[in-house]
Design a protein around this ligand. Structure first.
Ligand SMILES: [Zn+2]
Length: 109
């Protein structure tokens, strides 16, 4: 099996005015996000034993989910102090960025 040969981007001359014309940085790679870890805009106040919808992101810089927004349609607040979201890919704790109390609360099973 032969692999097609693709031109490598190493032959770009940095002094070439055409190659340095763009004022924009190159886009981030689609697989792993970079940059500082996302943080919640404001602290989240949890009410105990309630269901929330939440947005979280993985805080592990090596994880594909790093800084990728994860929608959590249902998140239980437990005692209202330790609300944990675990990344399904790397099993590390996620940073919860925002949470909205579900209204009405889902029926108890
Ligand atoms: Zn992760």
């Amino acid at each position: 099996m032969s692999t097609p040969t693709e031109p490598l981007p190493t032959d770009i001359d940095p002094n070439d005015p055409d190659s340095s014309a763009s004022p924009f940085p190159p886009p981030p790679t689609p697989t792993v996000n970079t940059g500082p870890p996302l943080q919640p805009e404001q602290p989240i106040t949890w009410e105990p034993a309630m269901w929330y919808s939440a947005t979280a992101t993985c805080a592990d810089t090596t994880c594909v989910n790093y800084n990728r927004l994860l929608d959590l349609p249902m998140l239980y607040s437990n005692d209202g102090v330790y609300v944990m979201v675990i990344c399904g890919l790397c099993s590390h704790a996620c940073t919860i960025l925002a949470a909205t109390l579900l209204d009405p609360q889902p029926p108890e099973e």
